[in-house]
Ligand binder design. Structure first.
Ligand SMILES: Cc1ncc(COP(=O)(O)O)c(C=O)c1O
Length: 402
């Protein structure tokens, strides 16, 4: 029997998927190559995965609590983990969320997607930092938001620019990553944080504060979270993907109870609940006091890699290239002359056995073509110097050819 010709499905796709780039999946695929030094994906190092503790906790759970751990969970999350998250927030942010202010999610991107689903109508304006995490741009665009980028400087997002946008047009939400941002590695100053929540409060704009890298800090200083400053207008979304492990998809959101209950409704008709097994594991892990020592080990590892990368950039990058000096997180962000095309550079780097992410997809307006992101989280120490050396040579010849 002959195989039927493939059906042309594309005309049947929903209009909201138009322009969906698939760039995030392409980046993850790029970072999975074994034949190259990858500075592409923002993945945690498996060295930080707490395997020994997990073996012990898994046995304990399956022997003593299989009825809960292997069952569906309530949509807002298992009460024990919600308590543990609330305790943690109380200790770190000085504010304990009420029960109705917190939901357990299937990772941070789930929390952002639930907010988009709960808040965004077709054409609504959502402001984001420019650049920002491209998964968030995709999440808002998936609900047909009009995503507008607000420029950043070394202190964070341009609050006056945001104020102007909010004065000119209704803005539904502002999405920000104040700590060790993806992709720039920058942290918002305390002054800017106060100004930001003040502007959003004045215009009635929901602040979505993504704290994916907040706990991955290399210094003791930590500006207050936006949620601790303004729990009336901020919904914070967090994740344990980088601090525990991403193989159980887990995160949280805390915000005004009215917003969180809309997220619970949105979750009921998406995946219904985060997996109970991961929730119980994480609860035991937190209650057992394992998180803080692990964070110290992880942060020492990532700080070491960050220093290696900054030293290599200093040594190999030609004049005309600048970069950020992060105090935490996974990334540094490079800027070249306006004419530099980092997408083209990425293809040539791939041929030289190095991967990174070009700047364009991190910008809602698809600008930023002269920028690129380097992740230092997963590259082996020995590879960092060699990878940056190859990249430096490539950049130098590109600048000289001009
Ligand atoms: C800023 C930011 N938010 C969210 C995520 C996704 O986190 P999760 O794995 O919890 O969905 C990432 C992952 O790269 C990220 O960089």
């Amino acid at each position: 029997m002959s195989t039927p010709a493939p059906h042309a499905w594309a005309p049947a796709f929903a209009r909201r998927t138009e322009g969906a780039s698939g760039e995030l999946a392409a980046i993850l695929a790029l970072s999975a190559g074994t034949d190259l030094i990858s500075f592409a994906g923002g993945l945690p190092d498996p060295e930080t995965f707490p395997v020994t503790v997990l073996l012990e906790l898994t046995r304990k759970l399956l022997e003593g609590d299989a009825g809960t751990a292997l069952q569906y969970s309530p949509t807002p999350g298992l009460p024990g983990l919600r308590e543990a998250f609330a305790d943690r927030l109380h200790a770190s942010e000085g504010r304990r969320p009420e029960v109705a202010e917190l939901i357990v999610t299937s990772g941070n991107i789930d929390a952002v997607g639930l907010l988009a689903k709960a808040m965004v109508d077709v054409g609504d304006v959502v402001a984001v930092e420019s650049p920002t995490y491209l998964g968030a741009i995709d999440a808002f665009r998936g609900f047909q938001a009009d995503v507008r980028g607000i420029p950043m400087d070394g202190d964070g997002v341009d609050v006056e620019g945001l104020d102007r946008l909010c004065s000119a047009t209704p803005v539904k939400a502002l999405y920000t990553i104040p700590d060790h941002q993806n992709p720039t590695g920058l942290t918002m100053s305390e002054e800017r944080r106060h100004a930001l929540v003040e502007v959003c409060r004045r215009h009635g704009v929901l602040v979505i504060e993504d704290v994916a890298y907040r706990e991955l800090t290399f210094t003791a200083e930590r500006p207050p979270s936006l949620w601790s400053l303004a729990p009336d207008v901020v919904t914070q979304t967090g994740t344990t993907s980088k601090t525990f492990f991403p193989g159980v998809r887990l995160g949280w959101a805390v915000g005004p109870s009215a917003v969180v209950s809309q997220m619970v409704i949105a979750k009921q008709n998406s995946d219904q609940c985060a997996g109970a097994f991961g929730q119980r594991l994480l609860e035991e892990y937190l209650r057992g006091g394992h998180m803080e020592p692990q964070l110290r080990r992880s942060n020492a590892l990532y700080a070491g890699r960050c220093n290696l990368m900054l030293a290599a950039l200093e040594e190999y990058m030609p004049e005309g290239i600048s970069w950020t000096r992060p105090h935490g997180g996974f990334f540094t962000w490079l800027t070249g002359p306006e004419w530099l095309d980092t997408t083209e550079l990425a293809h040539r780097a791939r041929a030289d056995g190095v991967a990174f992410v070009p700047g364009r997809p991190f910008h809602a307006a698809h600008d930023g073509c002269n920028r690129l992101r380097l992740a230092f989280s997963l590259a082996r120490d020995d590879d960092i110097d060699e990878g940056v050396r190859r990249l430096g040579t490539l950049v130098r010849t590109t600048l000289e050819r001009r």
